[in-house]
Write a protein that binds this ligand. Structure first.
Ligand code: PLP
Length: 434
């Protein structure tokens, strides 16, 4: 008699790293998806309010993307960037034009981490300095250099990164000394912090890397214009601005196509990094930079898989769909309704400290009765929502914020359905923690 294989979760635990995060006490095995829904191996259906992990930007199994992938896979899977590829050049042209960066050049990678790594390599080379400014509570990936600029110890373990990173305040406002400041006072305090931090630098600083809305940090946004105010200081020192748009790009924030545009008085960033949603789940990342910055590397180089044909075909089909269907507008409209509804729900529930967000990037911060962050409440909310057929994410420095980021094709009816489940979920959490 052959022994039955151990459950998948046990096999996962036995062979994969302990630090590889998994959601849920009984982790889900998702087997297929359609539109804004996914199904697990037991055939249960879930409304996906996390869009994979902001990767399913348009929809699960979007026919236009699936067809582009299948057709390209049937022609040739891989050629390497040593050869020309029609989809790659066209996608680069369109991203360069959309980026707002004049005379922009695009380098494709396979992930957000690698995109930030490339941006840091370019900025440090261009400025001949390994000093970087980064935001407290920011997250930029898990490579040696990306971890070196990640401002939260729970996401950046004992890093011995060769980068010297100076951290600046600018995102978290729900507690601490900045909590009661107006937008203007907050901006002034953060600019003063930036000036102070720059006083600790030794000579040149290469760049500031920042997410316009902090993603893993719990969907926290600074006041509009903060980075424009920072830019004035940076420009005096010749410091480059890297906008990490891995989560905020492609219209997710509703009002803007890129997150940096909420700070548009400063003009476009010098470098912009992207990944997650553009491939609708295929591994597409990249960095856009001014030509002089992009071309500062004195070397011949390629990325073996960055820009590979199937991913480029997916990215192009996905971007075309996104623009033709004005999904940024949909994120603004449906996201606006959802935020309003969630704020109304939260009004009677002290466990919800704040509902915040822009477009379809909505954070719900949970707090204990004494106002301290409540990660256990967030963990309970995740389980309870899942039991009711809704998948959401969590984040924040202490893992105490719920993250809502559905595919940008979300309909009003689906937003209502998800909000109904969240209402039940949050009432349940209130009863348990109130
Ligand atoms: N930058 C930001 C803002 C992110 O949220 C992430 C991932 O969550 C990354 C970079 C790293 O991207 P990846 O996981 O594709 O390497």
């Amino acid at each position: 008699m052959t022994a039955r294989p151990a459950p998948l979760h046990a096999r996962h635990r036995a062979v994969m790293p302990d630090w590889l995060a998994l959601y849920y006490r009984e982790p889900l095995e998702l087997t297929h998806g359609e539109g804004r829904h996914v199904w697990d191996a037991q055939g249960r259906r879930y409304l996906d309010f996390f869009g994979g992990i902001l990767t399913t930007m348009t929809a699960h199994a979007l026919p236009e993307v699936t067809k582009a992938v299948a057709e390209q896979a049937g022609r040739i899977l891989h050629t390497s960037t040593l050869y020309l590829d029609r989809h790659m050049v066209e996608l680069a042209e369109r991203i360069a034009a959309l980026s707002g960066i004049p005379d922009a050049r695009v380098f494709f990678t396979t992930s957000g981490t690698e995109a930030n790594d490339a941006a840091l390599l370019l900025a440090t080379t261009f400025r001949r300095s390994n000093q970087i400014l980064a935001m407290r509570n920011g997250y930029h990936g898990r490579s040696f250099s990306a971890i070196g600029v990640t401002g939260n110890s729970s996401w950046s373990p004992t890093s011995l990164s060769p980068l010297q990173t100076l951290y600046v305040h600018g995102a978290v406002r729900t507690r601490g000394p900045y909590a009661h400041l107006s937008d203007r006072e907050f901006t002034e305090a953060c600019v003063a912090d930036l000036e102070d931090v720059l006083g600790q630098a030794h000579g040149n600083v290469a760049a500031l890397i920042a997410e316009p809305v902090q993603g893993v940090g719990g969907f926290t946004a600074p006041p509009d214009g903060l980075y424009a105010a920072f830019r004035d200081v940076l420009a005096r020192h010749g410091i480059l601005w890297i906008s990490d748009e891995v989560q905020t790009g492609w219209g997710r924030t509703g009002d803007h196509f890129w997150g940096w545009q909420a700070h548009a008085e400063a003009g476009p960033p010098d470098l912009l990094t992207f990944a997650k949603g553009i491939g609708n789940g295929m591994s597409v990342g990249g960095v856009v930079a001014r030509a002089d910055v992009m071309n500062c590397l004195d070397a011949n180089s390629i990325s073996t898989f960055g820009g590979s044909p199937v991913t480029m075909a997916a990215g192009l089909a996905n971007l075309t769909y996104l623009l033709e269907h004005d999904l940024q507008g949909n994120a603004r409209r449906v996201g606006g309704l959802l935020i309003e509804r969630l704020r109304a729900i939260a009004a009677g529930l002290p466990v919800v400290r704040e509902v915040r967000g822009r477009g379809l990037m909505i954070g719900i911060e949970l707090a204990a009765p004494d106002g301290s962050p409540a990660p256990q409440a967030a963990a309970l909310a995740l389980e309870a929502a899942r039991d009711k057929g809704l998948l959401i994410g969590k984040g924040g420095r202490e893992g105490h914020a719920l993250r809502i980021a559905p595919p940008l094709t979300l309909t009003v009816a689906e937003a209502e359905e998800g909000a109904d489940i969240l209402e039940e979920t949050l009432r349940h959490v209130q009863d348990a923690f109130g």
